[in-house]
Ligand binder design. Structure first.
Ligand SMILES: Cc1ncc(CN)c(N)n1
Length: 228
């Protein structure tokens, strides 16, 4: 299957997610709240543009089934995944307005601009390739952390793990994988390689997003006028 090829070509990056201190810190509950807060605020902005990419998928869909799938992903991100962020924000004293007013980091802008550019220029297959690493990798991470915790729910980070390990989220990841396998079937090698390149780029950007959150990096690492 095409998704096996994609996984193999991004395997070292995906293995590094599970080893990343930010991901491990969510898993064992040791992650500093300040880092998580930084992450959630950047991630909320990320999800707004991610929803726009799903909307482009619906526009470009060639069948009603594909249109429905993209619109389901859009709806569940807006109403369930972003609700997780709103709930966490409330628990740590950040209002909904403050969440939306977060200033974007360089990594966030690089990631969302890349996805929106590829999705705007490409076909439904390119749109699916843009969002595949995001949905699939969070599901892999969520399931890995849930398995490590063996059903014991951490009082703060437990909701995050539960969301990405849930049956509903696993189904979204599976339906995207199924779609890309169907769309890649019969494509010439040049076009498959292009989808693979998008998958590798977005996989790398996912890793950079964990790094950005761990270092709370806006533009440069040091205190600087660029970070305001
Ligand atoms: C950066 C990022 N990538 C993926 C996801 C999972 N939708 C997310 N919330 N944030």
């Amino acid at each position: 299957m095409f998704t096996d090829r994609l996984y193999e070509s991004a395997r070292p990056i995906w293995e590094a997610y599970l080893d990343h201190p930010f991901v491990k810190g969510i898993g064992d509950g040791t992650l500093e709240l300040e880092k998580f807060q930084f992450f959630m605020r950047q991630d909320y902005l990320y999800l707004i543009d991610y929803c726009r990419v799903f909307a482009l998928g619906s526009v470009k869909a060639k069948s009603l089934d594909t249109m429905t799938m993209f619109s389901e992903l859009l709806h569940s991100t807006l109403s369930e995944e972003m609700e997780l962020h709103r709930n966490y924000a409330e628990r740590i004293g950040i209002s909904r307005e403050e969440l939306e007013e977060t200033k974007p980091s360089a990594t966030l802008l690089a990631y969302t601009s890349y996805m929106l550019n590829k999705a705007n220029q490409g076909s439904e297959a390119e749109v699916a390739a843009c969002v595949l690493a995001c949905t699939w990798s969070y599901n892999v991470i969520g399931l890995h952390l849930a398995e490590q915790n063996q059903g014991e729910k951490h009082e703060f980070y437990g909701d995050w793990i539960e969301m990405y390990a849930s049956d509903e989220f696993s189904e979204l990841a599976s339906s995207l994988k199924k779609l890309i396998n169907e769309l890649a079937d019969g494509l010439p090698e040049r076009e498959k390689a292009h989808l693979e390149e998008i998958f590798i780029h977005t996989s790398k950007l996912e890793y950079m997003f964990w790094e950005m959150a761990w270092k709370q990096k806006m533009w440069v690492e040091e205190e600087s006028f660029l970070n305001t």
